[in-house]
Structure formats: structure tokens, C-alpha cells
Design a binder for this molecule. Structure first.
Ligand code: ZN
Length: 139
């Protein structure tokens, strides 16, 4: 495989710098059938990583169309927590998205999904994007 030189601007016009990202959210989705798995997953995360764990949302909230809780972590933690989630999420679906300040892009073109993606309420994100409501200020 040939690797292109990246020293010039020829190949990276319009690309964003990863330093624009302030951190990540992982949204861990669950339902009645997977709630106990979500409990165990959360406890394991809390025991291993110095992350911010959001409250339990037992139903859809904001742009999230399923019950979920949020895990917030820094760019420096990504390489340890995301691979761990890949190996241990089991049946849980997890949305990992950056926080670049562009809420719409962070939830549409920028995220990665562990497991089958769930639909998001993009209208909610668009309506509230300027106020940073979708994730960072969920009640
Ligand atoms: Zn989020």
C-alpha cells in the first residue's frame, strides 16, 4: 500500500484538525431486555475509567430515540475506553461522537457506532444546536 505524503495542502483541503474536538460522548442505549447488561457495563466502566457518567434516561430524550446513559471522556482517553467498549458492549448499542461544537455534524457524519445504529432525532439537534442542548445539557 502506498501512503501519500501529507505534508502539503494538496490532499487535505477542507479537512478539520482533530484538535477541534474537545472530547467524546459515548451514548449507551438499552431497553427492558438489555437494561441489566447496561447496568453491568456501566459499573465496569466506572471501575476502570475516570469518566463522567451521565444519569439514567429510561426513555427517549433529546435526539436519542431510546433509553440511554451518557459517558463523557477526553480525547486522551479514547484509545483506552473505546477499544474496551468494542470488546465488552455485548448486545448494547453505543454511539460515540466527538464534540467539535458542530452538533449536527457530530451526530450525523462524525460519529461511530458500536453495534447496529439507532435512528437519531436530527430535527431536535438542528432546532437546538445553537444552544448545545442535544447532549451536553441534557436534564
Ligand atoms: Zn452526546
Amino acid at each position: 500500500m502506498r501512503i501519500l505524503a501529507t505534508t502539503g495542502a494538496r490532499y487535505d483541503k477542507g479537512m478539520r484538525d482533530a484538535a477541534e474536538n474537545a472530547g467524546f460522548h459515548a451514548h449507551v442505549y438499552f431497553d427492558a431486555a438489555t437494561r441489566e447488561k447496561a447496568v453491568g457495563f456501566r459499573e465496569a466502566i466506572a471501575g476502570r475509567f475516570a469518566v463522567e457518567l451521565g444519569r439514567w434516561h429510561e426513555g427517549p430524550i433529546g435526539p436519542h430515540t431510546s433509553a440511554m446513559y451518557q459517558v463523557a471522556f477526553s480525547p486522551e482517553q479514547f484509545a483506552s475506553i473505546v477499544p474496551w467498549m468494542m470488546l465488552n458492549r455485548g448486545v448494547l448499542r453505543v454511539l460515540v461522537h466527538p464534540m467539535t461544537g458542530d452538533e449536527v455534524a457530530d451526530h450525523t457524519s462524525n460519529p461511530l457506532w458500536l453495534g447496529e445504529p439507532l435512528p437519531l432525532d436530527l430535527d431536535f439537534i438542528r432546532a437546538h444546536a445553537s444552544r448545545s442542548v442535544p447532549c451536553g445539557k441534557l436534564p
